[in-house]
Design a protein around this ligand. Sequence first.
Ligand code: GRF
Length: 194
Amino acid sequence: MREKTKIAVLVSGGGTNLQALLDAEKRGEIPDGEIVLVVGSRDGIYALERAEKAGVEHCVVHKDEPKLIETLKEHGIQLVILAGYLTILSEKFIETYRDRIINIHPSLIPSFCGKGMYGLKPHEACLARGCKVTGATVHLVNEIPDGGRILLQKAVEIQPGDTPEILQKRVMEQAEWKLLPAAAEMMAKEIRES
Ligand code: GRF
């Protein structure tokens, strides 16, 4: 049997999706992959503390893509997971890891996605439109923002009186934190067996 797929998680914020991945790995739910590296886009973000607490190697690479590629190569990374990573990746990066980068987005793509749709914005737009259902999507990353092939989606109901903040929390709890570990295992398995 081939070695487990080596995974890097790229983060820019609080890292609740990273935590979901770390917890899932600990529970044995990512049997074909191993999170070997967490890369932050800036210092001081809580996601890096989560990596530290979990005993996973971590570093910060700030606006230096050649350095980022070099760091991932040094660690033999085969799967890159964007978990609230707010830096746009270049075509070169995407080409280097073609079909090996996944992202989680807090809406049902193709609704409320693309450039500028991050943080609370997809939830604000969704409520403004009067949607009754939203959700989250894990997709492959290509040159089009949120435009790569969809891997997994999960729907979440919108309740009367929801604010963007309430909806964001529900989408995370009911969809994002389940979908991302499931997609990580799906990809890790596929890569391991390829
Ligand atoms: C999540 O809503 C994710 O869908 C989006 O950015 C947010 C990151 O949150 N891409 P966290 O840092 O994982 O808590």
